[in-house]
Each structure stands twice: as C-alpha cells, then as structure tokens.
Design a protein around this ligand. Structure first.
Ligand code: FE
Length: 372
C-alpha cells in the first residue's frame, strides 16, 4: 500500500509541476485556491525557516494550508508567547518529500496539511514523531487524532452538495449516489479529478461501498456533468449562479469564506447557494481532516508543542473556525453563526488513513471513467 501510494504521489508531483506552481484551480493538495504559494518547496533554495541556533524563540512550520486565518492565528500566538512562527508553504506532497530529503538537517518543526490520507502518508514515511502533551490530547478527541498521536486534527471539513436556491429545493436532494440519477443529467458541477478533495471523496466510497459501486458512481457523475470540470470549488458555486448547472459538489467552508469575501461578486454568488448535507439516513456526509504533525527532527520541540496547544485550544479554535469556516476539533470553540445554522449532521465514520490507502485506486477509477 505504502509503495503504491508513493508512486501515486510521485505521479501527482510530476503533474503538479507541469500544471502550475502553488495553488492553481486544479491544485491537488487543496488550500486556498486563489492564492499562489509564497515560496517553492525546493530544498536547494534558501528556506524561509528561522535558525534555532540564533534564537530559541521560533517555530518553523511547513504548511500546505493557504488560508488567511492561519497567519492571523500564528500572529496571535506570537503576541501571546513571544515565539515567532516561520511559514514555508508548498503542496503537502512536496513538503513530505522535502522533509524526507532534508532528514535530520530539516529546519521544520511542524507539518500541517489538509488531508487525512496525506497525514498518514507522512507518518508512514517517518517524517513525524508522536505528540506528547496532555493539553493537546485533551483539546482534540481521539477520533480526530492519529492512534499514536503522530498527528492531531486542527479542523474538519465536509464535502457536500450545494444547490441553486432558486431552482432546487432541499427535498429534491438526498445522497451523493442520487446525484448520478437521470434527474440531474446535464445539471451537475464538480472540479477536476486532479483535486485531492475529489480523490479522497471517491476513496471514502471505495472504503464504504466497494470498488465497483465507487466506479459506477464516478461514471454517473461524469454522465451528469453540465460541463467539463473547470476551476476550483468556488468556481462550481459561480457556475451555479451563472446558470451553468444546478447542483455541485463542494467543501462547505468555501461558502462561508465567499459570504464574507471582499469580492462583492463572491458574496452575491454565495447568497444564491444552499448547502445540503447528504447521506444523513445512510453513510453520512464525507468529512476530511486538516491536521498538524511534529516533525521527526524538530529542533524547537517545546515551542512547536506550544503552537499546537494554542491552535487546538478553545481560543485558537474559535479564531480558526470564525476565519476559515471549517469545523473546529475542540468542542468548546464558539462556532460562527453560519455553522450554527447548518446544525449538527451525520458524518462518515471511516479511518482517515483509508483515504490515503485508496488514493491510487480512486485516481485510477476516475481516469477510467473519463473524469477529467
Ligand atoms: Fe480548500
């Protein structure tokens, strides 16, 4: 499994290099779709990470997340503790490869990404070490951490169905499976199969329903598409508003981020979109995790643990969920009004590591059925 996933990741890396550097519309590692990375994850270049030898009051973070709130969280942590946070950005796959290549010499103390499969891949590639901190363990429930605490969750995200409020009513929606029925022919929107979000969604169906059902579903999606996959999650919402399609598969937090966007057009689009949590009577809505791991050779371990403790604290989690509209991992966090409106919902109950284990098969199936 590990080897297969490594091959898949290598192929993915090559594909990414060919397409764009950073977070393009088809970004495989997720993150904010509209922001380019500030630094290439290239070990030959001088890294932006600080030197622990000069000053112990730093923590160096390799992160695949590209949401504005993260920098604000780090600033709040620095204000509180005096510990400076240095960020190196890249795709998750690039950063894991970089950690492997740098080995003991790596300046990274923390690795942050947005997919449970990739977090497990990092663990399996021995670039992480267990987090030992009662405070952190108390902040994050067991189901949102690695069994041996090689990584801990910082937020969860649901990939659901969104719909045109003026043309679709929620009672017309039920399950992911129903999106492949005749009634949605020519009305369905979804981004490309190069998106890790879609790969993990299909991986979850392989785990829950088996390969054959997963393939049938992917084929049904392709049959019902209103256009070839184009752009990121936000672009699917924009296409609904433009009347290109009526329903789309999308991560919920983008709806929240668009509603508070400085771009008036995005706000207008988000106002026309309804959010529907599917499979509530069956397998639950697909949820993935964004998590943090302590690197195997962290030189600023105490500072790194303090940062994880802050991010997972009630204060840090309240800041995070109100900024990114992801779901907090700490139940004590105060959620934004929008998330309260959405209410509680049933989620898939699968081991996040399975998303990585089935990644290669999911990619294969999408290629087979012609999901571009
Ligand atoms: Fe994202």
């Amino acid at each position: 499994m590990r080897k297969q996933y490594a091959i898949a990741v290598s192929i993915l890396l090559m594909a990414i290099a060919l397409v764009v550097s950073g977070c393009g519309a088809n970004n495989a590692a997720g993150g904010n779709e509209s922001k380019p990375t500030t630094e290439a994850a290239d070990g030959n270049k001088k890294s932006g990470a600080g030197n622990a030898g000069d000053n112990n009051q730093v923590v160096n973070v390799y992160t695949a997340r590209h949401y504005d709130i993260d920098s604000q969280l780090f600033d709040a942590f620095t204000k509180k503790t005096g510990i400076k946070v240095n960020e190196v950005k890249g795709t998750a796959e690039e950063l894991v490869e970089r950690l492997k290549r740098e080995g003991e010499g790596s300046e990274a103390d923390l690795f942050i990404t947005v997919d449970g499969g990739v977090l497990n891949y990092a663990k399996e590639n021995a670039v992480l070490q267990p987090v030992q901190s009662d405070a952190i363990i108390n902040n994050v429930p067991a189901e949102l951490r690695d069994k041996e605490n090689y990584w801990v969750g910082m937020a969860t995200r649901a990939r659901v169905i969104v719909y045109a409020k003026d043309r679709v009513t929620p009672d017309q929606l039920t399950t992911y499976e129903d999106l492949t029925s005749e009634k949605w022919k020519g009305k369905l929107l979804v981004r490309s199969s190069s998106s890790l979000y879609n790969q993990s969604l299909l991986a979850s169906f392989i785990e829950l329903n088996g390969e054959q059902k997963a393939e049938e579903w992917a084929k049904g999606v392709v049959t019902n598409l209103s256009r070839d996959p184009d752009g990121g999650d936000r672009d699917q919402a924009k296409a609904i508003a433009a009347g290109v399609g009526d329903v789309a598969i999308m991560n919920t937090y983008y709806v929240g981020q668009m509603l508070v966007s400085k771009d008036a057009e995005e706000v207008k689009v988000a106002e026309q979109i309804g959010v529907f949590f599917p499979n509530q009577d069956t397998t639950g809505a697909h949820v993935n995790i964004s998590g943090i791991g302590l690197t195997a050779h962290a030189k600023n371990k105490d500072n790194a643990l303090k940062l994880i403790e802050f991010i997972t604290s009630t204060e840090g989690q309240t800041m995070l969920t109100n900024g990114s509209f992801e779901f907090p991992v700490n139940a004590a966090a105060e959620k934004p009004e929008l998330l309260k409106q959405w209410g509680d919902f049933k989620t898939q109950t699968i081991d996040f590591a399975k998303l990585g284990e089935h990644n290669k098969k999911a990619t294969e199936l999408m290629n087979k059925v012609g999901w571009k």
